[in-house]
Design a protein around this ligand. Sequence first.
Ligand code: PEP
Ligand code: CO
Length: 464
Amino acid sequence: MSAPDRSLQTVSVPSDWTPAGWRARPAAQQPHYPDEAALAEVVGELSRLPPLVTSWEILSLKKQLAEAQEGKRFLLQGGDCAESFADCESALVSNRLKVLLQMSLVLVHGLRLPVVRVGRFAGQYAKPRSADMEERDGVSLPSYRGDFINQPEFTAQARLPDPRRMVKGHARSAMTMNFVRALIDGGFADLHHPEYWDLGWVGHSPLSDEYRRMVAAVGDAVRFMETISGDTLHNLNRADFYTSHEALLLPYEEALTRQVPRQWGWFNLSTHFPWIGMRTAAIDGAHVEYFRGLRNPVAVKIGPSVTPDQLLRLVDVLNPSNEPGRLALIHRMGAAQVAQKLPPLLDAVRREGHRVLWICDPMHGNTESTSNGYKTRRFDNIRGELESAFDLHAAAGTRLGGVHLELTGENVTECTGGARELTDTDLARAYRSTVDPRLNYEQSLEIAMLIVRKQASLAAPVSA
Ligand code: PEP
Ligand code: CO
């Protein structure tokens, strides 16, 4: 049966939509600000401050995502689970950028495809929590919801939601963006010099030989092309880099939602590519209402409890015109459930002829607690979910166009396993995340290499 033809529908702003319209819907995962007037004042102030990104960058990303949907690009999205104001430091920002650049080099080289690079940064400051309150020794305080909202220390003062923190978060996001843009414009991402991306602390890594061989091969290819063309390949001097975050804290997102000259519609100018988290994706909820009116490309996290019917309704609301590059679905099922939960969703979306970009987040369905009290993820489960996702898409006739990861350029010990075979007892050594466990540098690079190997095995002709 052929898919329905949706190509005649046109793209426009829904006539019943405004940036504040979400306020009439139930908004999950929002803090309870004690002072409404202070909140309104902050929203007013934020709505006058300069935006962090521009509409033309957003539209160029949308085009790239449309190409990724067609298999002409691969998307790499990664960064911290939650940024913190204290971590807005030059080394942390540049190390994270280096890891993403190294991973993208591995992917470009191995997949023979351009990579769309999207950081989880410059605004990833608000977190959904399983409970509104946290209890310790008989004391109950509001949960820590990310630096945009309150502070992690367990005191009444630190946990009180303070709207001024949004202004501080906007400034930190702007500093992060500014530094990333300056590094990239200054040649940091220059393919002629991938050695700039080496991380100082990395000693002999089990993966470094393979990585260095790849760098040498890329260098040879660049020099070869320049020799035969007799010129410098200028577009290798810089790499596009886009930002994303979970657009959870709606007063902040509303304040950064703007109209711009010579463009129709509304753009969220706090980030290029906002996403809706799994806990706030209710079809009649405030987040879906807010997102449906944006011109940005948007993503939704899809967990194991979503049914095919629910997913199709979400896709209809978020991308009624079936616009290419508009909607990404980030599935995060967990290694144990992916084989059962994912195929019916892939079939339903394909059958209805919806254009979406499928992305696998192999992190959030694989979180567990160790007996010594650490929240961790096993590398084998992350690898398992990712590899299954490639197989399941191939079997369904859909395409896995990208990966969404929590990672850092620091030498942390938060996820177990990987090339250095970290164990539960290693976790105490360098566990720094205040929320979810991240892949460290080596584990991240290993994931990139694994994606390449997996794709190659799928592309290889099956012998009779
Ligand atoms: C996250 O990406 O940090 C997150 C909370 O994910 P999810 O909404 O998929 O649980
Ligand atoms: Co997380």
